[in-house]
Design a protein around this ligand. Sequence first.
Ligand SMILES: Nc1nc2c(ncn2[C@@H]2O[C@H](COP(=O)(O)OP(=O)(O)OP(=O)(O)O)[C@@H](O)[C@H]2O)c(=O)[nH]1
Length: 463
Amino acid sequence: MLRVVSIVAALVILSTVLLFPLSARPLPVIEAYMPMYAMAVVLIEGLTAYFFAIQYRFTGWRFMAALSGAYGYVVVMVIFQVIVFPGVFSEMGLLDTGPQSAPWFWVTWHAGFPFFILIALLFYSPRPSPAPQLAVGRYRHLPGIILMLWPVIFGLIVALVVVSLGHRLPELVAGKSYSNIADSLLAPLVIALGLAALAACVYVTRMRDLLGLWLALALLAALGDVVLTLAAIARYSVGWYAARVLSLISSSMVLGFLIWEISGLYRQLLDSHRQLEDRVTYDGLTEAYNRGYFTSHLEKAMVLARQEGVPLSLLMIDADHFKGYNDHQGHQKGDQCLVAIVAAIKKVLRRAGDCVARYGGEEFVVVLPGANAHTAESIATQIHAQIALLQIPRFDGLSAHVTVSIGIATYDGQGGPMDSEDRDRENLAREDMDHEELIRRADAALYRAKHAGRNTSVIFDAA
Ligand SMILES: Nc1nc2c(ncn2[C@@H]2O[C@H](COP(=O)(O)OP(=O)(O)OP(=O)(O)O)[C@@H](O)[C@H]2O)c(=O)[nH]1
């Protein structure tokens, strides 16, 4: 970022120096240039003021409020300058203020902006992060609102004075030349304010903050704008056109930075949203779904199964003698074993709605929408086979390799359970089964699988 700023700063200085001797050379009059330029400045500075106000709103950083005020002031000045500028809305400009009002608005704009930046720098403090320290109390935003509004109100008063003095304003423009500005004390005043604001910005922010860096660059471009305008002596000359371009660069600088910053915040927001979503969806160790996700998924899957009248099976899978494995191999190996078990289960699950979740410590659940007890049993058998293929040794004498036990329960999609063998018994037991009941049944089947000697699957049987 420092390199980009340095390159732009070098270009601003170089173009100012190179164009300075050519400034007074006249160029063709393009009357549309002024309104287009003014519209762009109003839009850019208005957006900048808005973004600073928003930043103040969310961070409570008064520097932001004061900067918003400085840019708001410029908007007021530019609007009035373009209204009274000859040849934009009418031959002599609107409001019948005479030919002196436009250059006076230029002076008040270019003196006022660095002045308000100087004021804003009085409120500079390192950026509050990460949590904004907002003052509490009913009127906590009052100082910030005052900082934002007073430059705008001041600008309106200045505009009122300039408009009402109109023809009585001291002469700054004579014919096509506005050399009176350059010859009067106004020129050194405007340049001195610009230099002071630039120096203060560098000194106060120490360029630690990217905003300070871009603000300094904007002030440098604004200074180039002032120097070339003063050297141009007349409108529609090389210096005059070039100064307007520098003025646009100065305006865009900070807005560009703010947009870049906001895009970054948007990306961060999406990333943290994704992370949060992952946290509430996945188990951190095995990357299987977590219990919370499983419960809501099962609930929805059962509603869908009921609506479509199709079965749904649930497998509850538990690693056998896992305490013994942990005790012999250590907790880390135990973790790796759980990860391997999930990977093995995933290999068996091929249908879109199938999912594996970690139900608790070494216990996993598999939801199989559309699977009846027979299909579920076949999937359980495949899981046993995949886990056998892992060949994870135990060395505790209980068994050669890690195995799992599986309990199977099936919901028939008709509002009742479907038992393994006896359909009459199933019909007797028909009831409105919810997901908790299905889990309870899978758990009961798992219990029986454990008692049947482990490394086996059992289908729930109400008997
Ligand atoms: N390494 C590791 N171990 C875990 C994790 N979660 C639970 N365990 C362990 O898993 C073991 C479960 O033990 P038990 O509930 O007694 O069951 P078991 O030894 O597997 O016996 P059976 O289930 O009856 O075959 C405990 O020792 C837990 O510490 C985990 O995330 N990582």
